[in-house]
Design a protein around this ligand. Structure first.
Ligand code: ATP
Length: 364
């Protein structure tokens, strides 16, 4: 096991395009780190630079205290699990899992058998050891790929969207298994996904990337409650956060349909009359008619026309159109309450800060 340290990592392709731009990230020994972001943000490129499948244009990649920039993949002692599993079709499950041990040379047959059986047991593959990959389900193939990764002791496991070929139910199951396995083995793990449910449920910490730039590295809870910018705020959470224009009016914040007390976190940091973007999670809206009067008075009550509703069984979303945009809220009712306490941590970024952010992102 080992810590992974990335210092100012850049990946520039031939045409001068930077797929990864000045990323510095420390992954602790034994930590489960998620790399997440929309398609093309550079997360796979970063993972491939850790494992050595992609050259690093500049910066330092340090694994277990060793700078590995110029080391071949086989000398980095890492295990990678790919999206397409990359199993050998002509080999049995047993031989697929045993493969990395056979490559190491000099490991006794008894020891190989013991380790393969141990890995297969952890992944409930014991009954399938004699089968070929073609005769396995997608979930079983995925387990074989994981078996091959965990069969030897390595510095870290690297996963590149390992669940994206599975159906939703199996994905949920495998998520739990990966999480359990990682905790049991305690091996440093870097896991790439564009699925925010995986990002929020699997990792100790999540690194959010956008267009090659690292946006925020934090625990899932911190990302949700204290996003550093509008991109992270809008990317994490489903349905996404609502962004509404707001203006500071003394100790209050005026939004298009209602006003609330200025959130504590913003006091002293904003000027009277300043324009802001307020971020509100859909679950911060409630049906005012269902609340007791004390709670009702704490929030801002406004009337709204519900445009479209979506029923999901355990929850329901309503879309409320109005001049300045659209609000998504849970529960389809005509009156809604906004709890100003709930708004406190959700004030995202001022327009000034946004323009600075834009400069950092090359005029985007
Ligand atoms: P996805 O989720 O779609 O796999 P990603 O976040 O993993 O996306 P990468 O595969 O790391 O993204 O790609 C990052 C950017 O680098 C993309 O814009 C991609 O088009 C570009 N890119 C990747 N490989 C090359 C290459 N060999 N030459 C030029 N550009 C490349």
């Amino acid at each position: 096991m080992a810590a992974i340290e990335m210092r100012n990592i850049v990946k520039e392709y031939g045409d001068g395009f930077k797929a990864v731009n000045d990323v510095s990230l420390d992954i602790a020994d034994g930590e489960f780190m998620i790399l997440v972001g929309p398609s093309g943000c550079g997360k796979s490129t970063l993972l491939r630079m850790i494992v050595g499948l992609e050259d690093i244009t500049s910066g330092d990649m340090v694994i277990g205290g060793d700078r590995v920039n110029d080391k071949a993949p086989r000398d980095r002692n890492l295990s990678m699990v790919f999206q397409n599993y990359a199993l050998y079709p002509h080999l049995t499950v047993f031989e697929n899992i045993a493969f990395p041990l056979r490559l190491q040379k000099g490991i006794a047959e008894d020891e190989i058998r013991r380790r393969v059986r141990e890995a297969a047991e952890m992944l409930e593959l014991n009954e399938h050891l004699d089968r070929k990959p073609a005769n396995l389900s997608g979930g079983q193939r995925q387990r074989v790929a994981m078996g091959r990764a965990i069969v030897r002791s390595v510095n870290a496991f690297l996963f590149d969207e390992p669940l994206s070929n599975l159906d939703a139910k199996l994905r949920g199951q495998m998520r739990t298994e990966i999480s359990r396995m990682q905790r049991r083995l305690g091996t440093t793990t870097v896991y790439v996904t564009h699925d925010q449910t995986e990002a929020m449920t699997l990792g100790d910490r999540v690194a959010v990337l956008r267009r090659g730039f690292l946006q925020q590295v934090a625990s899932p809870r911190e990302l949700y409650e204290q996003p550093v910018n509008m991109f992270v705020a809008g990317f994490i959470g489903s349905p996404p956060m609502n962004f509404l224009p707001a203006v500071v009016d003394g100790d209050r914040l005026k939004l298009p349909l209602f006003s609330v007390g200025l959130p504590a976190a913003a006091r002293g940091r904003v000027a009277d009359g300043q324009l802001l973007i307020a971020g509100l999670r859909p679950d911060h809206f409630e049906d005012a008619r269902l609340l007791d009067s004390a709670k009702r008075e704490r929030g801002a009550v406004f009337r709204a026309r519900v445009d479209v509703t979506e029923w999901l069984g355990d929850s329901q979303y309503a879309y409320i159109p109005f001049e300045a945009g659209e609000v998504t809220k849970q529960l389809a009712e005509l009156a809604a309450e906004l709890d100003s306490e709930a708004l406190r941590t959700q004030l995202v970024v001022s327009i000034d800060a946004m323009s600075r952010l834009r400069e950092n992102h090359e005029g985007e």
